[in-house]
Design a protein around this ligand. Sequence first.
Ligand code: NZQ
Ligand code: ZN
Length: 385
Amino acid sequence: MLNFTYYNPTRIVFGRDTIGQLSELVPAEARVLLLYGGQSAEKTGTLAEVRAALAPRTVLEFGGIEPNPHFETLMGAVAKVREHRLDFLLAVGGGSVVDGTKFVAAASCFDGDPVQILKTRGAAITQALPLGAVLTLAATGSEMNPTGVVTHVASQTKLPFRNPLLFPRFSILDPVKTFTVPPRQVANGVVDAFVHVAEQYLTVPDAAPVQERMAEGLMQTLVELGPQVRANPQDYDARASLMWAATMALNGVVGAGVTHDWSTHGIGHPLTALYDMDHARTLAILLPANLIVRRGVKRAKLLQYAERVWGVRDGDEEARIDQAIERTRAFFEEMGLPTRLSAYGLGDEAIDAVVGQLEKNGITRLGERGEVTPAVMRQILQAAR
Ligand code: NZQ
Ligand code: ZN
């Protein structure tokens, strides 16, 4: 029986030549911190457009937010916000910059040690600065959700946090700004969005046909778009559809009221923290292994997935499930993401390290009903060797 509250206050401004609208979206009297990553936003001219649209406001800048943003780096932005009494944050970049900006929004108003924001997964947040985003990479959905993921380098941990105060006020999605995203990041984005849908769909039956059909449609769309964007990086329509698919994959719509299973993401984060593996690459390794190990609890949904997403109708039930998992693996591989730990030279020692990290952070019950204990995490990692 469906029973849920759906809340999403983020205004989306989507389309070509939309950055100029910042002049109305950011309050006229705001004292702004503009946050960005490495060099991409400067090189592509996106930052220049943003600066022009924000004038004549007071705008300070904080660049250098790395992929899988570091707590230690972000605290530099927090110091700048406090020193200059800034009151509005604008992220220009991909998921890492948007996530990092959410952390800065919360940490700038936080009494006490901001590590608590991560340790409590965001529950300790009581105030946050308003933020907006100009998205330059389609992948995470951070532009329309209240979640961030930050790496605490000192303890080699990567932890998610969420709080309704962290929804962006607005996000500008101009697909043209993603034309320059390199093929590796395009592929990562397609796989990340696909796995976001999978973690909200490949669970147990929920009597939620609207969410299920939307999830299946998003997955099929991503399977079609990945190769199209790779073949034609300047195809506006393909880029636009990919951008919107990635946003829809994690803005709460397909997940409203249904059972979730974030165990693939949960086990993936320590792989990034320990071995610097791209986020989506951890997912490409872990999702097929997770489905193999936990095909029992996911049986009904795996059969539905086989038929509706991949058109698999032949063979007995076990064979159809096998085919669906293999089609998923083949899709990730075709996008250029390896699906085995061994492709990264990782073996049993990595399995011990990942499970050890999760236990150290108290992450010992993942999955639909908390059944993914350290023993099951180990099985999944072993199936991913
Ligand atoms: O740093 P710059 O120079 O800007 O380069 C970036 C970066 O190297 C580059 N890039 C971004 N836009 C570009 C571009 N290069 C050329 N042209 C452009 N238009 O791409 C590289 C990767 O950027 P990043 O922001 O790290 O990628 P992504 O958007 O995939 O974000 C990944 C992060 O998001 C987290 C991940 O864990 C990871 O830390 N996630 C956030 C989620 C959320 N907030 O809900 C959910 C996800 O599951 C995920 O965990
Ligand atoms: Zn993800």
